[in-house]
Design a protein. Structure first.
Length: 274
């Protein structure tokens, strides 16, 4: 069974979800969502910028799983933040998804204009159009600025985190000082997959009779982080959910954290140009 985390606004989120970044629209996304829901996932994480919201919606409808039983996240894209079109962008995402609410709406990056976007998202939240709102790729200084301008806390901060770039300092600060839960993107180290071939990780995985991907997902869960691994393959989607029958020792948790290279896989939130 999936673990559930209660966010700071009282809404529950399944700790393990399916991410669909870089999953092409059409059959690949529709199938990934259907396979995930059939294997027990109840949390799907998409974004306007992934260009697959329509296929996510189709996959949910074709799965036969009740929309209300699924935790669905999408994100406000940078161009819409800069243009000040939060409400329009939200309605457009709902139309594409074919639903009348999402569970979590996130600011995708701290693009110029995010402060106004946060006010607009608060309105949507207070009008009960969305169950929770949050941010992505916020560093400590962004969260401090948000905290100073707003009474509504983000429910989550979704940031890059994997054994290769644990981001542990930001996670610890976000959890303890802000009382905000963290979601990890690129949780397996992203495309390329070199982390999954790391020999120490493979050795740990062998001892548990699990795959490196399963061990990494388990490491995220035991750190208390919400995790959204991506795959377009049925066996991997199923494998990535088969992580509730074992537990990593403290020793192995530390060994995995020690793989940190300090090098990001994705963009730097203080210096991005998209
Ligand atoms: P694929 O979609 O071809 O399965 P992240 O979630 O960190 O972005 O990383 C996902 C990457 O790891 C993708 O390239 C995905 O490729 C691959 N992947 C996902 N699950 C597994 C798995 N269980 N075993 C091996 N590779 C995986």
């Amino acid at each position: 069974v999936n673990n559930t985390i209660v966010l700071n606004n009282g809404v529950s989120i399944p700790q393990l979800g399916l991410g669909v970044f870089q999953t092409p629209a059409g059959d690949e996304t529709v199938n990934a969502v259907k396979w995930a829901l059939a294997s027990g996932y109840r949390h799907i994480d998409t974004a306007r910028a992934y260009n697959n919201e329509e296929s996510v919606g189709q996959g949910i409808r074709e799965s036969g799983v009740n929309r209300r039983d699924i935790f669905l996240t999408t994100k406000l894209w940078n161009a819409d933040i800069r243009a000040g079109r939060t409400r329009e962008a939200y309605e457009e995402s709902l139309d594409r998804l074919g639903t009348d609410y999402v569970d979590l709406y996130l600011i995708h990056w701290p693009a110029d204009g995010w402060q106004q976007a946060w006010k607009d998202m608060q309105e949507l939240y207070l009008e009960r159009r969305v169950r929770a709102i949050g941010v992505c790729n916020f560093e400590q200084h962004h969260l401090e600025e948000l905290h100073a301008l707003s009474s509504v806390k983000p429910a989550v901060n979704q940031i890059e985190s994997s054994p290769q770039f644990t981001n542990q300092t930001l996670i610890d600060w976000t959890n303890s000082q802000m009382r905000v839960d963290v979601e990890a993107w690129s949780p397996l180290g992203g495309t390329g997959g070199s982390l999954l071939k790391q020999p120490e990780l493979q050795a740990i995985a062998d001892r548990y009779g699990k795959s490196p991907a399963q061990v990494i997902i388990r490491w995220h869960l035991q750190r208390g982080v919400i995790v959204i691994p991506k795959s377009t393959h049925k066996e991997r989607i199923e494998q990535n959910f088969d992580v509730f029958d074992f537990s990593l020792s403290d020793h192995d948790m530390h060994a995995i954290s020690a793989l940190d290279t300090g090098k990001r896989n994705g963009a730097d939130p203080d210096n991005f140009n998209f």
